[in-house]
Write a protein that binds this ligand. Sequence first.
Ligand code: FM0
Length: 335
Amino acid sequence: MKVGLLMRATARAFTNIALIKYWGKRDETLFLPMNSSLSLTLDKFYTTTSVEFCSCLSSDVFVINNQLGDVKEVNKITRFLDKVRKLSGKSLKAVVNTTNNVPTAAGFASSASGYAALAAAATKAIGMNLNPDSLSRLARQGSGSACRSIHGGLVEWQKGEKEDGTDSFAKPIEEGQDWDISIFSVQLTSEPKAVSSRDGMKRTVETSPFYSGWLAGVEKDLLLAKEAIKTRDFALLGNIVEGNALKMHATTLGADPPFMYWSSATMDVIHEVQTLRTMGIQAFFTIDAGPNVKVLCLPKDEQIVYDVLGKLAKVEDIYLCHQGPGITYISNSNR
Ligand code: FM0
């Protein structure tokens, strides 16, 4: 007896931290970046998403962390599912059930793991078997950084040149996949940030006189970072990563109106990392669009870095991360 074909799939994607930042779009509709970027997918924080398409539904349903999503959230999911429906040629609505194992306060954008997991689960559920390049291109159109979470380990998002975005997707870089780098996520605040990365990068591209300086240096930073990975030169990698983050944040100071993501606690961590280096410990910081700081070191220095940062008064929590995997399918009923 044939029972109805279940169009359901579940996928998990892990967050990633940019070592060379994506900062600025050349096309906002297609999420095409101004520059290429490099990231490390992490093992600690992830999103698990189930998608089930059904002819029984008249609109999409979105459940996040066991609660019904609000109208704004549902609209975002629908806009993304519309891309999947267009690709597949099917018009069915879906129930999307998402669980974020990303502490919202830890300063990780759950949008990267979120859209990567959604792209994987939705395409699988609707009966498509996209290759990693196509999956990355699709995830990119939910949130740019999501295209990197399709892959594990060290990942490069090549910005591409084409207007239609077909050459803008992420690939694991060939060398360095077995290099164990430790990343501390230093949580300083649970407050939502005042300027989202999406709005922040837009304002910076449009108004900051420093944005041209960012563009002038970023591709060289990327090349040097890749060279440092190839030669396992951690000090070189750390210096490039730190400098790249500082340049990204410098662009925000020149925006109109100007803004900055750092708090006084951010500065405290920066100073402590610099002090660690004067003690001979190779530790380096990077900061995304918020006040929280990520600190890179080698596994042998984890304890000292943890002890030193943990003593800072404004540090709420510290999470230790290592390299994590790419998209993982948990189950797939559409066989
Ligand atoms: O991750 O507007 O992907 O490379 O985190 O959704 O495409 O949230 F530090 C900033 C991430 C930006 C750097 O931006 O933006 C990086 C950032 P969207 P995202």
